[in-house]
Design a protein around this ligand. Sequence first.
Ligand SMILES: Cc1cc2nc3c(=O)[nH]c(=O)nc-3n(C[C@H](O)[C@H](O)[C@H](O)COP(=O)(O)OP(=O)(O)OC[C@H]3O[C@@H](n4cnc5c(N)ncnc54)[C@H](O)[C@@H]3O)c2cc1C
Length: 456
Amino acid sequence: MNPTASPTIFEPARQVPVVRETDVLVCGGGPAGIAAAFTAARAGAKVLLLERHPFLGGVWTAGALTILIDTEHKDGLNCEIRRRLEERGAAVYCKQWPNWPVYGLEAMKTLLDEMIIETGIEVQLYTSVAAVAREGRRVTGVYTESKSGREFIKAKVVIDTTGDGDVAAQAGCAFEYGRPKDGKVQPMTLYGRIGGYTGETVHIQPLLDIARRAGVEPSYGDVTLFPQPGQPGVFMLMATHLYGSGIDVRNLTRAEIQGRAEIRQLVELYRQHAGPAWKDVYLMDTGPFLGIRESRRIRGHHYLTVEELQSNKKFDDGICHVRFMADIHHPDPKEGTGLTHVFFPFYDIPFGCLVARDVDNLMMAGRCISGDHIAFASYRVTGDAVATGEAVGVAAAMCVEQSVDPNALNRPQLLQRLARMRSTEIAAPEPPPTTAPEPAPRKKTTVARKSLSLTP
Ligand SMILES: Cc1cc2nc3c(=O)[nH]c(=O)nc-3n(C[C@H](O)[C@H](O)[C@H](O)COP(=O)(O)OP(=O)(O)OC[C@H]3O[C@@H](n4cnc5c(N)ncnc54)[C@H](O)[C@@H]3O)c2cc1C
């Protein structure tokens, strides 16, 4: 059903309680949102983080993706999360992806809970942002829906880390959706978790071939298994491509049910036909939620294009260094069940991509920042979501200190402060600087560009 063509009904106006007031309001607790919230708090700001799920992590936990890409050359929070997972035996490195940690889902949830307490941010789980209040070119706060009913939260600076750009779209910001030729987006994926597997990590061809020999064509051609650290025999199975919109509730419903059916069928097929390592395999669970790869891309002050990346364009206000290629899962199954890679030189995302063009006190981080369909397919991975989150976190704290909007911030000062925060892994709030800070010496990490075959 097309909602814009539906009949409409008048919803009566009502009184809504203003339950909280904060300096920095972060909407969405995925990799970008947690980075924004933790960093803004560590920079000294009063922060509230809203998340619709009962736990933080976004696709890291709710989407069950289990591997951290484009983090290996980054310091700051990317480095801190990697290190803390490694220290508790919750991150392992497989021979296929020697630089990308595969982590335990429950360990990630636990770590993020610990970091909430350490940073002292306020978090409200089970809370969806339903609407936005706007006065002129400013957002004054958001309306939330939860078991407590409809409520209002006031904020000075708002950060949209919903992945889908829900807040910016509600605020009336311009956005793009899908690829230019037909508006189609990369497919979604539902993961399955299996137990009882006695083989090694398996990637792509063997599992595809086995399914085909049994007369089944998986909707995702590059079938992959990711181990769960510390849980022998437990693996995440990535085997589905579920097409259509991730911001259409009827399509999400259809895709969930189709995804679960397909995973059940594949696990049974592998148990019967894939040999001794599979003979005791069972499906532990699916989900918890569909992983949505692509939805709204909110228009910012800068719009990053594939042409800029291919021509190796340099930016003065780069806040996130990206080394991952564009990795485009085919938006239409007629184009095949795999993906296309587009390569370009390593690049930096300019801060302007994170600042909403149409609302003055709104920033974005993670997959909903401003860029085209192909550029997005590169910076969408979680190492870059975290790094963009850090940048808006520092920027938001500076906006509050200086009573200015993000686009008016002194960008060299922002870059210096960001570099300083990234070079120190700190758990305590950092006092605001009295003068422009000197960046501390940074750890040098060098990583050679890999020949990539992973298909997240
Ligand atoms: C199936 C799949 C596999 C992937 N594989 C990999 C991989 O192996 N490695 C990698 O690094 N990257 C991978 N990616 C990409 C990566 O996971 C995402 O691009 C990344 O999570 C983006 O981070 P984000 O914080 O912007 O968005 P998300 O992770 O989507 O987080 C958004 C958060 O906002 C919350 N939210 C949404 N709307 C609202 C609302 N209205 N109110 C309140 N809260 C809201 C959501 O619940 C969620 O917690 C994969 C993506 C998918 C979908």
